[in-house]
Design a protein around this ligand. Structure first.
Ligand SMILES: [Zn+2]
Length: 79
């Protein structure tokens, strides 16, 4: 994995809740923007799935908590 290629390009990941017995399907399926260290920008402490470009995440699935909210790209694949 080359980090240099992705500088300036937001990465995002879905919370991996596969270890939960009763995952909350309303919040579990939100995607979070990742900081450089791979943790969610909103401060969520959770195991995250595989990172992918934030611009590919549909708008309805984007975490809107402070931290993540202002980091999403303007582009929405649904547009
Ligand atoms: Zn978030």
């Amino acid at each position: 994995m080359s980090n240099a290629e992705h500088q300036g390009e937001a990465q995002a990941a879905f919370r991996d809740a596969s270890f939960l017995r009763n995952p909350d399907t309303r919040t579990v399926k939100m995607a979070h923007v990742l900081r450089a260290d791979g943790t969610p920008a909103c401060g969520l402490h959770a195991l995250m799935g595989d990172p992918e470009p934030a611009e590919r995440i549909r708008g309805v699935l984007r975490c809107q908590r402070a931290g993540c909210r202002q980091r999403w790209p303007d582009t929405d694949p649904d547009d």
